[in-house]
Ligand binder design. Sequence first.
Ligand code: ADP
Length: 563
Amino acid sequence: MEIYPRFDAIVLSDDTAALFAIKHKELFKDTPMFMTSINDEGIINEAKKLDIECIVEENSPISQNIEIIGNIYSKPTNKLNLILVTGPDDIYPNEIEEFYSLQDKYKNFNFKNVTLLFKDEKEIQSKLKGFNKNKDILFFLMPTSFSNSKKYISSSTNFSSMTQIIKAIKDSTDAPIFTTSRSGIEIGMIGGHTVDLYKQGEITGNIINKFFNGEKNIPKEVKGEATNSLVFNYKQMIKYGISRGSISDDVELVSKPDSILSKYKNIIILSVIIFIITIIFTIIHYIFTIKTNKELKEAKKIAEDANRLKDSFIANISHELRTPVNVISSTAQLMKKKVDNNDTINIEKINSNINMIEQNSYRLTRLINNIIDVTKSDSGEKSLILQNVEIIGLIENAVLSVVPFAEAKDINIIFDTEYEELIMAVDIDKIDRIILNLLSNAIKFSNNGSDVLVNLMKDKDNLIIEITDFGVGISEENIEFIFEKFTQIDNGLTRLNEGSGIGLSIVKSFVKMHKGNINVKSKLGKGTTFKIDMPINIIENGKIMYNIPEMNSTYIEFSDIYF
Ligand code: ADP
């Protein structure tokens, strides 16, 4: 016979295997042996004589189950029959004997037993059909070892599995059935201490593990009770009115109804998702509404500001229009009256009246020009008539044309340039307007007797024009508005010197058209410097214009200054 020395350990996992090992112990010499699922008391006793590392036993928990049944039916209204259902009595004499031995302890039951051959459904039905739930309680003892069940099933049965047998038992009666079979409980028997093969395997596995880890305190024997599990079918408990409190806490409940949470899990998850999405949308909507409201408020404020500016512009403009027209028409009427009355004509007086008409015509022309320019720039018209020009001369001429106006206020204009000559492509008319506008402001807002400086410089590829006065200056809070259309800052001199608040906005737009920049530095009471820088561009092969003649625009641009 062959010996198996190469195995580290041998696990014998039922009565038959254990019996084989007991009979042929020489085969397993020196190999550690473990036994599990051993049910037969005789085999257990024989095995203990051998050098077995551990025996994990299995038992049919009869007394444990009768105790549970006793607890559940502790106060029966009339005496109930407690019927043990087993396989053939020659296989289960010990179990049947153990069952009857308990009847003295549980006197409120009539102890009876039924043995089944597991032949077919008919046999089971005929033996169980007389029992009913009003007077009987069944306790089905699952055939314990595989060999036992196999013996009966294979010899004379129509059933092909234990599950079919269990189902046939369950379907044969409406009486409550307690059992040691877990699968019986799962298909609708009530419950009980069950033979748990998984638990036996788990315990055996743990013990083998400990053995190979060299642990010392390994038990020689694990009693059958420790390998059982208490299992109940929750739905059947409800059906038969068995309270949870009559069963110990370590029970495992099968067919448990889903908790509300798990039953409505999907609906709850969906609701939570919908809720979160709703919240997100609400927040987005809220933020959007706030944003829209904010934007609306800002737009409203801009519109209101523009409206206020427009109102003040209209008020200004009507004043600006009406004043020169009044002066012109009243002067003309005066002169007509004199002619009609044949009054002596004083040449000096006539000259002064003609000057007055001329000055006020210029003033009207200036205003109309400015309005046209602003309208053009508002409607996006940004056409430049570019020509290659000697710009130093162009600016110097513009400055010179202003000198008589400055002198009338005793203001000294100092013109200074780094370069004698500089050619660049510009719109002559617009450069003239830029310089005259800035100079008229500088003179307008200067005190009599002060200086105005005009400086021309070059910085890299830019022409720099600086116009500085030492007049009233502009306060910090107003400086950011002066380039806005129709803005006039009340600095005490504004009303004295008329204007429409358009000049600087036109200057800025003309500078921008030349791709330049304008900025201002000012101190209240000290004076103001406007600085323009414009890129020096040249039209390739273009004609160069020198000595541009003085334009009569000077009179027009200075028409709002009264000396
Ligand atoms: P206006 O045609 O009325 O002069 P501008 O657009 O040229 O309008 O100027 C706007 C305002 O800027 C003026 O009303 C004045 O208050 C201020 N301002 C412009 N230039 C100067 C300066 N050199 N010194 C002080 N204030 C100035």
